[in-house]
Design a protein around this ligand. Structure first.
Ligand code: FES
Length: 107
């Protein structure tokens, strides 16, 4: 099972185990990390925006045109930004580090 680390605003880190096939948003939910994810993964918002550690960015599949369009709406965009609901975890992503922007968290 891939293990990943969420880095929250302020620097607190949460290490989590992901079940194969889960998305970043799924893992955040079962770890009680309050990523908004307003549309529930149907790519109709950008409130699940996360920033991927550059060392892992190349191991991800490319973003679809629809994901790119939604990311254009995200605040705090970075070169390795992705939508958390679109990143499906697999064993090759073990050790992944994900930074959660403050703008993606529920108040
Ligand atoms: S939860 Fe809305 S696009 Fe990811």
């Amino acid at each position: 099972m891939p293990q990943l680390t969420f880095v929250l605003p302020g620097g607190r880190e949460i290490v989590a185990e992901a079940r194969p096939g889960e998305t970043i948003l799924d893992v955040a939910r079962h770890e009680d990390i309050a990523i908004e994810g307003a549309c529930g993964g149907s790519m109709a918002c950008a409130t699940c925006h996360v920033i991927v550690d550059p060392a892992f960015f190349g191991k991800l599949g490319p973003a679809s045109p629809e994901e790119e369009d939604m990311l254009d709406l995200a605040e705090s965009l970075a070169p390795t930004s992705r939508l958390g609901c679109q990143l499906v975890l697999h064993a090759g992503l073990d050790g992944l580090v994900i930074t959660v922007p403050k703008t993606s968290l529920l108040e």
